[in-house]
Design a protein around this ligand. Structure first.
Ligand code: ADP
Ligand code: ASP
Ligand code: MG
Length: 439
């Protein structure tokens, strides 16, 4: 049996956390390939090493002095090394990193050093071999992840090793420069490694006891989801449930490897199993709730728009030409709404409005900003009547005005648009009606 285990930043933020990680790994012989993140926050107001590296590199890139900031990063590692009593010095590595900062090796290189250095420390602590992710994870010239080249190199290299530590978050470009995944990308590395070694399971260790039904920063003590399908998870991650990087399911999904989300601080909890499909009936009608702020709706009105052939295409063409992708597009007989990310839309606003006037000659265009979208996701919604009605009742009860509703054709999700100021209240009220009231 082979398990790939990924540990997030807070799981490796201090020597104390390293010890918990060591205990977890040693508890099962199958935990052979380990993917660490950079040291994260030790307490709420602490700074992640990744953020310290970005800030430090930004100074370096401006030609400013960054000695003090760099010293603080060194301290984070040296503290862990000395408290663990390791016979290891990173001084040579630190000098290399520093000269590469001065030589403007790039922001991605800078950020990647967080996991690289932590990987060296963890490998020394465990007595495992260290494998630089730059040697086995590849991107193409255009910066896309290169799955074929990676799969070949990673399985060739790792199959020769009984046990190894592979730092998360980065890989290399064809010209040998370092490139990272987007933030939270160590989850993706774990998934790639799991596929490469054909693992039986990919354990993703974090600071909560599984994928929770709602964001714990909004709902107090939400219950964990026992089993969730890849599809449901994708909907929730895409809509902002930050536990697992939204791209982390692709490599394992293809290989049929389940992911188990676990808590480093509560290793006895069984966490959440993420699987391709399951006959297990969910405990509640909904599997989870997630949401994001920062959307704008563009409402386009024109009499008889439905009779005008190609109207929708001409509307979307304007967005496409301006490089804006849309999130949702609910429509009525004489109205059509396009929902976009506010920060992408704002700089292009006037071009888009004039483009719409030219392309479809609307009677009116109206823009609403500061919208939040909430996704209510669940494989059981299909077979339970009245889900939308219950959502509306909950929102009405919480005095939340619903701006938009859109049900995905798979009946796996219902998307609700509310004003940003109502976002938290809306999530809480949906959690209450489907979970608290059903207990
Ligand atoms: P790691 O550093 O281990 O990768 P992350 O910070 O990326 O951990 O993800 C875990 C965090 O995700 C939790 O501490 C929690 O605050 C947040 N989170 C948001 N939504 C959810 C959810 N639905 N279930 C669990 N955690 C969530
Ligand atoms: N350390 C990186 C970040 O903070 C990657 C990760 O933690 O997964 O985004
Ligand atoms: Mg994460």
């Amino acid at each position: 049996m082979t398990k790939v285990v990924k540990f997030g930043g807070s799981s490796l933020a201090s020597a104390e956390q390293f010890r918990k990680v060591g205990d977890i790994i040693h508890a099962e012989d199958a935990r052979r390939y380990v993917v660490p993140s950079a040291p994260g926050k030790r307490f709420a107001s602490d700074t992640k090493v990744t953020d310290m590296l970005y800030a430090c590199y930004d100074l370096a890139a401006k030609g400013k002095n960054f000695d003090e900031e760099f010293e603080r990063i060194k301290q984070r590692y040296n503290e862990i090394i000395s408290e663990l009593g390791l016979d290891l010095s990173l001084e040579d590595e630190f000098s290399t990193v520093k000269s590469c900062f001065i030589g403007r090796a790039g922001r991605d290189y800078a950020a990647s050093r967080g996991e690289y250095l932590n990987g060296i420390v963890l490998a020394a602590y465990l007595g495992y071999e260290f494998v630089d992710a730059a040697d086995i994870i590849f991107f193409t010239d255009s910066g896309e992840f290169d799955p074929e080249r990676t799969a070949k190199a990673a399985s060739e290299r790792l199959s020769k090793l009984e046990r190894a530590v592979i730092p998360g978050f980065y890989g290399s470009m064809p010209n040998d420069t370092i490139k990272t995944f987007s933030r939270g990308g160590s989850d993706v590395t774990g998934s790639i490694v799991a596929a490469a070694v054909n693992a039986d399971i990919y354990e993703n260790w974090t600071d909560v006891s599984g994928f929770l039904i709602a964001d714990p920063r909004i709902v107090d003590d939400p219950l964990p989801i026992t089993t969730i399908t890849y599809k449901e998870l994708r909907e929730l991650s895409y809509m902002g449930a930050g536990v697992l990087h939204e791209d982390a399911i692709f490599p394992v999904r293809k290989a049929g490897i389940p992911i188990n989300i676990r808590n480093t601080n509560a290793p006895m909890d069984s966490g959440t199993m993420i699987v391709e499909s399951t006959s297990q009936k969910p405990q509640f009608t909904i599997t989870g709730i997630a949401g994001k702020k920062g959307f704008t709706v563009i409402n386009i009105e024109k009499d008889m728009m439905n009779a005008e052939l190609g109207f929708g295409r001409r509307v979307l063409e304007v967005f496409e030409k301006n490089g804006i992708s849309f999130e949702h597009m609910p429509s009525g007989i004489d109205t059509m709404s396009v929902i976009v990310h506010q920060e992408e839309f704002e700089p292009k606003e006037q071009e888009i409005l004039s483009g719409l006037h030219r392309n479809v000659h609307p009677d009116s265009i109206d823009i609403e900003t500061d919208l939040a979208l909430i996704a209510v996701v669940g494989r059981a919604m299909k077979s339970n009547r009245g889900t939308a009605g219950r959502i509306f009742a909950a929102l009405a009860h919480a005095h939340v005005n619903v701006k938009m509703i859109d049900q995905g054709s798979s009946e796996l999700n219902i998307i609700i648009g509310v004003e940003e100021k109502d976002f938290e209240a809306a999530v809480k009220s949906i959690y209450e009606i489907f979970v608290v009231h059903q207990l």
